[in-house]
Ligand binder design. Structure first.
Ligand code: HEM
Ligand SMILES: [Cu+2]
Length: 588
């Protein structure tokens, strides 16, 4: 792994940049609203994603209130509960996490970290954001449409999703699919940009094997998303046809309330396959950028080179590839052939190997590092712990015999919230504390940040740990109210109250975080240039925050990998990627 950082010997074939015409904004409107600058587009993506994410957060409070105090709130009836659960799940997974990691961090960081002026196709990049925003508006509109939002569950399984007993059957489900279709079109426009930009616009000397792991994570996740989203796209279009045109791709011959519906012979299971062909890779579309970002955060804040860079790159790529052949583990209860069950269980368990390698390498990076307990570091450490815990319950659920009894219970809810809810969000927070000074020129308030970290970290455990137990004693998921059962002890109700209080406290801490984000814009301490003394290119721009075109007159030239921290003999404990070998020891 060490061989990569020594000097700039390899031959590279960078694209020539001199003749790249940058689009220069001419008015306020083209500068800040219809902007083609990836940095502005990134902020637009982030603000929209966080705004809609707040809606999902509020929905989770409403669900938790209902679960703790069943029937006390007339505002929440059975139908609402299903609408809330559906919208909460879909918004969190797609409209918040995917959009924020790829559209937000991808847009901001890719061009800067690889030493490019902007994305390859800025106009298409701008369209990508506006179509995403339209998708969000269509989704929000479904709350106000007659019949309200769909209550089909975030997996949108037919035939239930289209039957009249399901809330939102009139408009909600149509708007949900329309919104997903728009989202995928918008994402594809952005995604092609991220891939082409990484492949074609790297600065001179920035070989693929010198890319920071953040870029590797986002790049691989984007390639995956470009391959996985089409599964959801066709499934959405075909479901719309079933709903609107009377086709029967997924709708079986079915009798509803004594009436024979017009559908005949469609396959609901086919929908499940298409959905999870997208749905499982989706977990890693969110996780891989998080993996990459965490690697860079711990290396920077422990002043140590990442352990096993090549291994880390390959682990990212292999996890990405393997996650296309494990989708069936979401369908163990669909009555699949046991041979298939065996195949999917095996492939699922194999993914644990490259994943474990990543965890070892993070720990070895920290080992004997000069660890600074900054907020980005705290969030990264919390991520590693949380991801390991969520991963371990994943190993249980990956086995057919364990999954079958547990799959309808709160155990699954606890598992996926740890691994794909809490873990990536911890990374998002760490990343925001890390890059906020670059984006705004100011630091976030440290005290508020500490408060935010501890409440969020401990609070999420208070929420999701007891849920494992509830699942094990048989509390089902997606239930509006438990009612009286012979097997669930009354103590489950007390635990539900506890979880809800924890959820409200954690929610409050996020409001403090938002306050910090906004107030620090005006009142935050002015950031030094490169406050974390990082090696990567985004901190080496002539202006901070970076301006249009990123690099002023001259593009950077890259001489080394991204992890030259605490190099023996060097004057400073970090050497920026664009520092020539001769001048080693005196960082610019
Ligand atoms: C503090 C934050 C959160 C709380 C309190 C929370 C709470 C809940 C609750 C109460 C349910 C319904 C469980 C049931 O009745 O079966 C649920 C479902 C769900 N949540 Fe969260 N959640 C949070 C954050 C997240 C995040 C960050 C994600 C992103 C991955 C997420 C994804 C989902 C999904 C996919 C479902 C399943 C929806 C379905 O079954 O259709 N949640 N959440
Ligand atoms: Cu999966």
């Amino acid at each position: 792994m060490v061989e990569i950082h020594a000097g700039g010997g390899e031959t590279v074939h960078p694209v020539s940049f001199d003749d790249v015409e940058l689009y220069h904004p001419k008015s306020w409107l083209t500068k800040y609203v219809f902007s083609q600058d990836a940095k502005i587009i990134a902020i637009q993506y982030a603000v929209t994603a966080i705004s809609i994410g707040l809606v999902a957060l509020v929905l989770s409070w409403l669900m938790r209130l209902q679960l703790a105090f069943p029937g006390k709130f007339s505002l929440i009836d059975q139908n609402n509960y299903y609408q809330f659960i559906t919208m909460h799940g879909m918004i969190m997974v797609v409209y918040l996490l995917t959009a924020l990691f790829l559209g937000g961090f991808g847009n901001y960081l890719i061009p800067l970290m690889i030493g490019a002026r902007d994305m390859a196709f800025p106009y298409v990049n701008m369209l990508s954001y506006w179509i995403y925003q339209l998708a969000v508006l269509v989704l929000v509109a479904s709350f106000f449409a007659p019949g309200g939002a769909t209550g089909a569950g975030w997996t949108l399984y037919p035939p239930q999703a289209l039957l009249s007993g399901t809330p939102g059957q009139q408009w909600g489900i149509i708007l949900m699919f329309a919104s997903l279709i728009l989202f995928i079109i918008g994402f594809t426009m952005g995604g092609l940009n991220y891939v082409v930009t990484v492949l074609q616009l790297r600065a001179k000397g920035m070989t693929m094997m010198r890319l920071p792991l953040t870029v590797w994570g986002i790049f691989t996740a984007t390639v995956m998303a470009l391959l996985a989203f089409p599964g959801l796209f066709v499934a959405s279009v075909m479901m719309l046809f079933d709903r609107l045109l009377g086709t029967s791709f997924f709708m079986p011959t079915i009798v509803e309330n004594g009436t024979h519906l017009d559908h005949a012979g469609g396959s609901p299971i086919l929908f499940q396959h298409l959905f999870w062909f997208f749905g499982h890779p989706e977990v890693y579309i969110v996780a891989l950028p998080a993996f990459g970002i965490v690697s860079d955060l711990i290396s920077t804040h422990a002043r140590k080179n990442i352990f096993g860079y090549r291994m880390m790159v390959w682990a990212i790529v292999i996890i990405g590839a393997l996650s296309f052949i494990v989708w069936g583990h979401h369908m163990y209860v669909s009555g699949m052939d046991p041979n298939f069950g065996f195949f999917f269980a095996t492939s699922t368990l194999i993914i644990a190997v490259p994943t474990a390698i990543k965890v070892y390498n993070w720990v070895l990076t920290l080992w004997r590092g000069d660890i600074r307990l900054t907020l980005p570091m705290l969030f990264s450490l919390a991520f590693i712990v949380t991801f390991v815990i969520g991963g371990i319950t994943g190993l249980f659920l990956g086995n057919v015999v364990v999954d079958v009894p547990l799959s309808g219970t709160m155990f699954v809810v606890a598992h996926f919230h740890m691994v794909m809810g809490v873990a990536p969000i911890l990374v998002i927070f760490g990343a925001i504390y890390h890059w906020y000074p670059l984006i705004t020129g100011r630091m976030l308030n440290e005290k508020l940040g500490q408060f935010h970290f501890w409440i969020t970290f401990l609070g999420t455990y208070a929420i999701f740990f007891p849920m494992h137990y509830l699942g094990l004693i048989g509390v089902p998921r997606r239930y509006y109210a438990l009612g009286e059962t012979a097997f669930i002890p009354p103590s489950a109700a007390d635990l539900n109250v506890f979880i809800t209080i924890a959820a409200l406290v954690v929610g409050f801490a996020q409001m403090v975080f938002l306050f910090n984000l906004i107030s620090s814009l005006f009142a935050g301490k002015i950031a030094e240039r490169n406050p974390w003394r990082a090696t990567t290119l985004e901190w080496q721009t002539p202006d901070m925050p970076p301006t249009h075109g990123n690099w002023g007159k001259e593009l950077p030239v890259v001489y080394r990998w991204a992890y030259d921290y605490s190099v023996p003999g060097a004057k400073e404990d970090y050497i920026p990627q664009n520092q020539p070998p001769a001048a080693q020891g005196s960082p610019a």
